[in-house]
Ligand binder design. Structure first.
Ligand SMILES: [Cu+2]
Ligand SMILES: [Zn+2]
Length: 179
């Protein structure tokens, strides 16, 4: 037997192991801070272990205004959003910040569009974004110490190696969260 409230929606089928169900879920958090291209951007991303995968919740304020694309110029927003394989949010070049956060974390050697670290784009509502989604591509313990990057431009989920998402607006380091 299972119930929605006690064990979550049964994906892909009910959890049989009651010990697994009642164990304290592993959690992680990344505090997000904008760099020189978006100094007002700030927020957080949380990762919560759930049956068969991970729930991700993100809440961010301070996005720059949307700007439509034109010939040879990418739109600003919605914003590419990924886990990168670097472990630092050092700014580096202020014109092209956070390069030391590395490239898309890619533990299964997939093309961009199917990286474990490829997330839905972040959609700004007059500067504010909130989104939650489920992924079965990693567990919380796999991503501790890696970085979250929010980009200036949309992810096309096609261009290699990073979806043509453009410059890096903000960064955060994923850390264990005991709340
Ligand atoms: Cu990225
Ligand atoms: Zn990718």
């Amino acid at each position: 037997m299972y119930s929605y409230s006690e064990q979550g929606f049964p994906y892909p089928y009910p959890v049989a192991d009651s010990e697994q169900v009642h164990a304290q879920p592993a959690r992680a958090i990344a505090w997000i801070q904008g760099g020189p291209l978006a100094p007002n951007l700030q927020g957080y991303v949380t990762f919560t272990e759930v049956p068969y995968g991970t729930d991700v919740l993100v809440e961010v304020t301070g996005f720059p205004p949307y700007r439509p694309g034109s010939a040879g110029r990418q739109p600003i927003g919605p914003h590419g959003f990924h886990i990168h394989d670097g472990t630092t949010c050092e700014i580096g070049d202020p014109q092209d910040p956070f390069k030391r956060a590395g490239e898309h974390w890619n533990p299964t050697n997939q093309p961009h569009g199917n990286h474990a670290s490829d997330f839905p784009v972040l959609f700004s509502n007059d500067g504010y974004a909130r989104m939650s989604f489920f992924t079965n591509r990693f567990q919380v313990r796999d991503i501790i110490g890696k970085t979250i990057i929010i980009h200036q431009n949309p992810d096309d989920y096609r261009t290699q190696p990073a979806g043509n998402s453009g410059k890096r607006l903000a960064c955060g380091i994923i850390q264990p969260w005991e709340a």
